[in-house]
Write a protein that binds this ligand. Structure first.
Ligand code: 2HA
Ligand code: ZN
Length: 271
């Protein structure tokens, strides 16, 4: 819990906190974010009135330059926070941060003041989203068992293979995720390298699977990011159910996928 004096007085009323609470509730129900696993952030570019000027000493240098986040605000879950508690008390677990005009430093404004160790990674990914897919303002990272299990199949441990195999198992999956799933080979959890590798992939991919770790989803809100995660997780669950029944599923025919994407005008996003 923070003991510092917040820079805004209406933190509890900000609308994004409901998105955090609701999504944390569902992450917890799904069992995807065990313990303090996972983290979430939301970027906002509207202006917020501060109670006073931010002292220059309050700024903390970022290890990455994020010019597309200059002068924006980011909500981020705190280090060690548990989704099952964030759902009940978002003002305690979520912090609000300001990214300076130079895009090289940040400072805390309100709420939880010990950000997840993945703050630089989240900033790097938001920077890529702000540049390439500005409507997508939410990032959710979590550890769904059926998705992590896919990384244990060597021939599925890359973007093309996992997308082709898993998103074929249900007729609307590829419609939600025409570009397929991005894949980041092993990186140290919480590292900037993991964030930078993900930032490169979110240019096109809504979902990025982290080798033997978990998955990152992006969306216009946390609820939308959760939707994409659910689609992928459902297909992975079907995959494991079929494998357990002794079936190695072939899934939809290529021509049926192409027909479906054509019908919905999304073939140009299919790679
Ligand atoms: O503990 O999941 O990847 C939060 C995480 C880090
Ligand atoms: Zn994680």
């Amino acid at each position: 819990m923070h003991t510092r004096q917040a820079f805004i007085d209406n933190f509890a009323d900000l609308p994004e906190l409901a998105d955090f609470a609701n999504t944390a509730h569902w992450l917890s129900l799904r069992g995807w974010s065990e313990g303090a696993g996972g983290n979430m952030s939301v970027r906002i570019d509207r202006k917020i009135t501060l109670l006073r000027d931010i002292p220059s000493d309050d700024y903390i240098q970022l290890p990455v330059h994020v010019p597309f986040l200059a002068d924006t605000l980011i909500y981020l879950t705190g280090s060690g926070t548990r989704t099952r508690e964030t759902a009940l008390n978002p003002t305690q677990d979520v912090g609000l941060y300001y990214i300076a005009k130079d895009g090289q430093s940040y400072c805390w404004l309100a709420g939880n003041s010990s950000p997840t160790s993945e703050l630089p990674a989240h900033c790097a990914i938001h920077n890529a989203l702000a540049e390439h897919r500005p409507d997508d303002k939410a990032i959710m990272h979590t550890h769904p068992a059926n998705l992590i299990s896919l990384c244990h199949v060597p021939e599925l441990a890359n973007s093309k293979a996992v997308s082709d195999k898993i998103l074929r198992l249900q007729s609307e999956a590829r419609l939600h995720l025409p570009e397929g799933i991005g894949y980041v080979p092993h990186q140290i959890p919480g590292s900037l390298e993991l964030g930078l590798a993900s930032a490169k992939l979110v240019n096109v991919h809504r979902l990025v699977l982290w080798h033997m770790h978990g998955c990152l989803a992006t969306g216009t809100s946390l609820a939308h990011a959760f939707d994409y995660m659910e689609v992928f997780e459902k297909c992975a669950r079907m995959y494991w159910t079929l494998r357990a029944a002794g079936i190695d599923p072939v899934g939809m025919k290529e021509e049926d996928i192409v027909k479906t994407l054509t019908e919905f005008g999304r073939l140009d996003r299919y790679t």
